[in-house]
Design a protein around this ligand. Structure first.
Ligand code: ADP
Ligand code: ASP
Ligand code: MG
Length: 371
C-alpha cells in the first residue's frame, strides 16, 4: 500500500500539533510521502511582510523577526534547535534578500511573491523532517524540495502543473520507489527553468493528489482540523454532520462553491487514477473521516449531500436534486431567496437581504439533515 498524506497548516500549528502529526506518520508505515503546508497563518504573514517591504522596510524586518521567532519557538519545544540552527539562519538571510529586492523594485511581482511564499512550506518541512529524524527509529526520513519535480507553467500565483513532466521526474527519483519516508512541500512548484511558482492559495491539497497520481499511490489522506467533509462548514453551523462517503463530483462541487475544506482542483488527479481520498482530523485520528471516491452508478441514490457558501451565494450540492427542488424552493421562499442556477447536481441561491442568510442556512440545514 502506498499512501500520500498531507497535513494542513492547523495540523502543524505548533510543537504539540507537529508531534501529533508525526505520531500519525510513525503509526502508519504505509505512508510513503508526506506533503506539508506552512505552519498555521504563516502564508498570510508572508503576504504581510511583502506588503511592508515596499512601504515600511523597518516594519518588514520586525514582522520577519516575529515570523522566525514563532518558528524558533516550535523548534525549541521540539528540542531540535541544534539540528535546525543552520537552515533557519540560511532561510532568514535569504528572506531578508527577498524583502530587499521587493523594496528596491517598489513593487511585488507575482513571480517574486511566489518565491516569498515558498519560505513557509520550506520551513515547516525542514522542521518536521528534523523532528522525524530525531524521533523515528524505523523509517528513513528524507527531505526533498518539491520544486525539483513538481513542474508547472509560469502562471505565477495560480500555476498549472505539467502532468507528464511531474510523472517523468518522479519515475526517475529512486527514493519514490524505496521505503524511504519522503517529506516535501505542498503549494509550491517550479517552472522548467527553476523559478518558484505556487498552485493557488490553499493549494497543498492539490499537491498531494498530483504526487499521488504521478506515483500511482493507493490512497491520499488529507489531515486537517475537522473530522472530514461535513454537510456544511462546522464553524458556521455547529450541528453539521460529517459525511462518510462522497463521490469525486460531489466533493468537487462543494469545494468549488465555497467549502474551503478542499482546494477545488484537488480531486481531478485522484479521479483520473481512481485513487480514494480520505479527509481526516489530525486532532482525532481515530475518527472515521470522509472517503471520497468513485461511486458506482447503482449506488448513486438521489440525495442532498451538503451546503456550501461563497460570497453570499448558497449552493446545495447533491445527486439528482430534481427530487428535492420543490421542497427546498418552498422552504427558502420565506427568506426571499432567489434561484440563480439549477443543475442536476447543484442548485444555487442568492439572498437579497444578507442579514437573512445565516438564519436561512441554519434553518435549511436543520430541515434537510435532521433525522
Ligand atoms: P488546512 O489548514 O488543514 O488545509 P483548511 O482551513 O483549509 O485546513 O480547511 C479546514 C476548514 O474547512 C475547517 O476548519 C472548516 O471550518 C472549513 N470547512 C468549510 N466547509 C467545510 C465542510 N463542508 N466540511 C468540513 N469543513 C469545512
Ligand atoms: N500554505 C498555503 C496557504 O495557506 C497552502 C496551503 O496551506 O494549502 O495558502
Ligand atoms: Mg486547506
Amino acid at each position: 500500500m502506498k499512501i500520500v498524506a498531507k497535513f494542513g497548516g492547523s495540523s502543524v500549528k505548533g510543537a504539540e500539533a507537529i508531534k501529533r502529526c508525526c505520531k500519525i506518520i510513525k503509526n502508519n508505515c504505509d505512508i510513503d510521502v508526506v506533503i506539508l503546508s506552512a505552519t498555521y497563518n504563516s502564508t498570510n504573514e508572508l503576504e504581510i511582510i511583502a506588503g511592508l517591504a515596499i512601504k515600511n522596510i523597518d516594519g518588514a524586518h520586525v514582522a520577519l523577526n516575529n515570523f522566525f521567532t514563532k518558528h524558533e519557538d516550535i523548534i525549541r519545544k521540539l528540542e531540535i534547535s541544534d539540528q535546525c540552527y543552520e537552515f533557519i539562519n540560511n532561510l532568514r538571510e535569504e528572506l531578508k534578500c527577498t524583502i530587499l529586492q521587493m523594496n528596491e523594485a517598489q513593487s511585488i511581482s507575482a513571480k517574486l511573491m511566489d518565491h516569498m511564499y515558498s519560505y513557509g512550506e520550506r520551513l515547516s518541512t525542514a522542521i518536521v523532517y528534523k523532528y522525524l529524524c530525531k524521533s523515528s527509529e524505523d523509517r528513513n526520513p528524507l527531505l526533498l524540495d518539491i520544486r525539483t519535480f513538481l513542474i508547472t507553467n509560469d502562471n505565477y500565483g495560480l500555476a498549472e502543473p505539467i502532468i507528464e513532466k511531474i510523472k517523468s521526474n518522479l519515475d526517475s527519483i529512486k527514493q519514490f520507489k524505496s521505503k524511504d519516508l519522503i517529506i516535501t512541500q505542498g503549494f509550491i512548484g517550479a517552472t522548467e527553468d527553476g523559478c518558484t511558482t505556487t498552485l493557488g492559495r490553499e493549494g497543498s491539497d492539490y499537491s498531494a493528489t498530483l504526487i499521488a497520481e504521478a506515483i500511482s499511490a493507493d490512497q491520499v489522506q488529507i489531515w486537517t482540523d475537522v473530522a472530514g467533509v461535513a454537510t456544511i462548514d462546522p464553524k458556521l453551523v455547529s450541528d453539521a454532520r460529517f459525511i462518510n462517503k462522497l463521490s469525486y463530483e460531489e466533493a468537487t462541487s462543494l469545494a468549488e462553491n465555497g467549502a474551503k475544506i478542499l482546494f477545488p482542483k484537488t480531486l481531478a488527479p485522484a479521479k483520473r487514477k481512481n485513487i480514494p481520498v480520505f479527509v481526516k482530523s489530525s486532532f482525532l485520528p481515530n475518527s472515521e473521516g470522509t472517503k471520497i471516491c468513485q461511486i458506482a452508478k447503482e449506488e448513486l441514490e438521489p440525495r442532498v449531500s451538503g451546503l456550501a457558501l461563497d460570497n453570499g451565494l448558497l449552493t446545495i450540492v447533491g445527486i439528482d436534486l430534481i427530487h428535492f427542488e420543490d421542497k427546498i424552493k418552498n422552504f427558502l421562499t420565506e427568506f426571499n431567496a432567489i434561484l440563480i442556477m439549477k443543475e442536476n447536481n447543484f442548485i444555487k441561491y442568492k439572498f437579497p437581504n444578507n442579514s437573512k442568510l445565516h438564519l436561512a442556512l441554519y434553518s435549511l440545514h436543520g430541515y434537510l439533515f435532521s433525522e
